[in-house]
Design a protein around this ligand. Structure first.
Ligand code: ATR
Length: 270
């Protein structure tokens, strides 16, 4: 039986085993998928052991996504821009890494009938979550993407890493432009906080997307709805979590599972 795991610290909260086991059951694939906690300074050793003992693939979460990127000898274009990986696997003798968060985000937006082609997108935040998603957003052929971050320099670094005339960097105090979609990649909603920012950029949007999710409306989505108009569609990141897992599953098993069953289960608090 092929062995998989998700590695992180802490890791007990992870929904990845449930998600992957649900996909496997649906497709009659036998696998084991465990939680793997590593001490912060023992990532390489823990991963070496996992693969030496017959492991096939790992999902990687905080704080090891950059370590996973450095561990692999072959990385995808998305991983390279992100300087991070959430999917690590052995293919023949080669350790390969990919990051599926961006594709997961775009797939979830499509699931919610949001097409980004020719749209004006505002991405808030320029940390790991933004870096992991930006290339997938660019690949959708939007009209423009503005990355706005509290520390503007970090937004500028992402823009200069990607060769696209559609990308612009901004601070948060004044955000120029008219936007169709706003995506929150800051970590604010984790602590039920909101960014201090120019809210006039919410005036014309039709969709707000928070990469975080909670059992209730996230603080960011509530903040947008309070400062925009009543027709805004607010989406949280639960679907992104599911779709990034489906994308890892596709890499490992060559087949993309249907995500509707696990979406329903997780929405019910599964
Ligand atoms: P992650 O991996 O979740 O992206 P990260 O790399 O630490 O975490 O990045 C956190 C992001 O949230 C950053 O863009 C950060 O802004 P700074 O680069 O200026 O630190 C942003 N962020 C966190 N708390 C914030 C707050 N209260 N207001 C605005 N931005 C915030």
């Amino acid at each position: 039986m092929k062995q998989f795991a998700v590695i992180g610290n802490p890791i007990a909260h992870s929904k990845s085993p449930l998600i992957h086991q649900t996909f496997a059951k649906q497709l009659n694939i036998e696998l084991s998928y465990e939680l793997l906690e590593s001490a912060p300074d023992k990532f390489k050793q823990t991963v070496d052991n996992f693969f030496a003992n017959g492991g096939t693939g790992l999902n990687v979460t905080t704080p090891f996504k950059n370590d996973a990127y450095l561990y692999a000898s072959q990385v995808s274009s998305h991983s390279k821009i992100a300087e991070a990986a959430n999917t690590l696997y052995i293919d023949g003798d080669t350790f390969k890494a990919d990051t599926t968060d961006g594709v997961g985000l775009v797939t979830d937006l499509k699931f919610n009938n949001v097409d980004l082609k020719d749209k004006r997108i505002l991405v808030l935040g320029a940390g790991g979550a933004a870096k992991g998603a930006i290339l997938a957003l660019v690949e959708q052929n939007p009209k423009q993407i503005v990355i706005a971050n509290r520390t503007k320099q970090k937004a500028e670094q992402i823009v200069s890493a990607i060769n696209s005339s559609k990308l612009l960097a901004s601070g948060l105090e004044k955000i120029d432009g008219v936007f169709d979609v706003v995506i929150n990649s800051t970590s604010c909603s984790i602590t039920d906080d909101v960014p201090e920012m120019d809210v006039s950029c919410f005036n014309k949007i039709s969709v707000c997307y928070d990469m975080s999710y909670k059992p209730y409306q996230t603080s960011f989505n509530k903040f947008v709805l309070d400062n925009s108009h009543p027709d805004v569609k607010a989406i949280d990141g639960l679907g992104m979590l599911v779709e990034q897992a489906a994308e890892s599953f596709l890499i490992w098993h060559g087949i993309r599972p249907d995500t509707s069953q696990i979406r329903t289960l997780l929405r019910k608090g599964g």
